[in-house]
Design a protein around this ligand. Structure first.
Ligand code: GLN
Length: 310
């Protein structure tokens, strides 16, 4: 990693240049998300020694949305093991949008854990005596990844709960096919709460750095998930994290990543750093426009692509 001043300068320069980009549209299918400021823009990077670098609105609150998916997948893998988890949710890129009906014919098994169908099943697999305890375990896990206690944005949760009928429909299809084994309302309720967990870009960078660092939080020093689990989550993020843009992302950026509808984006450079961007306007596939541009530029300029030959 370059010297401390150089990293801060690189983020500040990138932030200043991309702040003027005004492509994309803020998600409004969850009414509360439509209230986000399209000009909000934060960048944060956390290195393996736990040093945090930020630019812009890195401490602005946002809901984690789909960026929760890799972390809850990590919890499921750590608790149940790879075979038990892949029996229920595949690891194949769907090549479709985040809310697609990507279910295996016959079994109803979702294609991967980074899309809504797969995430609904993954969330339902977290061992617990009931939905309240299941959510507490998920919140505790997300908090351990972030290195501080997180909470729920109740307004965003309520807004998605009122309007999330597409996720209910997905859950009913999977329940009918036998691939979702808990009640539909119970499954979507824990999932909506998980998506409404409040974070900042700075938190997301710590979370990404924990995955990049083999499952050990570089700020708190706490081992959150086993090293092999972190490695597997990065692999699925690399192939499936960016929905139907996953192939193009691997081609151009070459880092495991995950985006979400609140404008959050994380990327992991294994054994080097975690980075996060927050900027609400999304492109046509639902990934944040400024975040995608920031990562493309950083990857090219600093040769961060996983396939890069040093
Ligand atoms: N809660 C959102 C949903 O299920 C998450 C989607 C996303 O961030 N891509 O629709």
């Amino acid at each position: 990693m370059a010297a401390v001043g150089a990293v801060s300068r690189a983020l500040a320069e990138l932030h200043a240049r991309l702040a003027v980009v005004d492509d994309g549209a803020v998600a409004d299918y969850i009414p509360q998300l439509a209230l986000a400021d399209p000009a909000a823009f934060g960048l944060a990077l956390v290195s393996m020694d736990g040093h945090r670098y930020t630019a812009g609105d890195a401490l602005a609150p946002l809901t984690i949305q789909s960026v929760s998916k890799p972390f809850v997948y990590a919890l499921a893998l750590a608790e149940l093991g790879l075979d038990a988890v892949t029996a229920r949710v595949g690891a194949e890129p769907s090549g479709e949008g985040f809310n697609a009906i990507s279910l295996e014919p016959g079994t109803g098994r979702p294609a991967n854990p980074m899309i809504n169908a797969g995430a609904l099943v993954i969330t339902s697999l977290i061992p617990a005596t009931g939905p309240a305890e299941r959510f507490e375990r998920i919140l505790a896990c997300l908090s351990a990844f972030a290195g501080r206690p997180l909470d729920v944005d109740e307004a965003v949760y309520a807004s998605e709960s009122r309007t999330g009928d597409r996720n209910r429909a997905l859950a009913y299809l999977m329940r009918g096919a036998g691939s979702l084994t808990v009640a539909v309302e119970e499954a979507v309720d824990v999932y909506f709460r998980q998506c409404a967990v409040r974070v900042t870009a700075a938190d997301l960078a710590v979370m990404a750095a924990t995955l990049a660092g083999g499952g050990v939080n570089p700020v708190t020093g706490e081992p959150v998930v086993p090293e092999l689990t972190a490695e597997r989550v990065l692999a699925v993020m690399a192939t499936c994290g960016m929905y139907d843009a996953a192939g193009d992302w691997l081609l151009r950026v070459g880092l495991p990543a995950k985006g979400g509808v609140s404008g959050a984006l994380i990327a992991c450079s294994p054994a080097r750093f975690g980075i996060a961007a927050y900027s609400p306007p999304l492109d046509a596939v639902g990934n944040p426009v400024r975040g995608v541009l920031a990562l493309r530029e950083l990857s090219e300029r600093y040769a961060l692509h996983l396939m890069h030959h040093p």
